[in-house]
Design a protein around this ligand. Structure first.
Ligand code: ZN
Length: 122
């Protein structure tokens, strides 16, 4: 599989057994999002969405922002990235450490920013 630069959210009841590259499966029921690693290694990346886990936002166009990065997941391939408006943002370890320190207040600020940006684009 090839490295991907874009990922599309798919809302599902349960995470399917067979995952497709380029899709981020989000299950509110299971409280997690799963996608195949963007580097193309085929590893299923699980990001719990419950408290203290990952969080994601959907903007006005239905694109997703997923934070923090994959750094804390210790992927076997060593890939580090986060998702911003459906784009895979590749990060260095240093950048990821900064990104991972995102606090709740930063999250709220980001939510504001996204909402403001989507209001402005109307
Ligand atoms: Zn990988």
């Amino acid at each position: 599989m090839d490295k991907i630069n874009e990922i599309e959210p798919v809302a599902v009841l349960h995470i399917p057994k067979c995952l497709k590259s380029g899709k981020l499966y989000v299950s509110d029921y299971d409280g997690q999002a799963v996608h195949l690693c963007a580097c193309g290694c085929g590893f299923a990346v699980r990001t719990p969405l419950r408290e203290g886990g990952w969080w994601f936002l959907t903007d006005a166009e239905g694109k997703i922002v997923l934070r923090p990065s994959t750094l804390g997941l210790e992927l076997p391939c060593g890939s580090i990235y986060c998702i911003t408006h459906n784009r895979i943002e590749w990060l260095t370890r240093e950048e990821a450490l900064q990104c991972n320190t995102t606090t709740d207040s930063a999250r709220r600020a980001k939510e504001e920013e996204i909402h403001t940006a989507s209001d402005a684009s109307r």
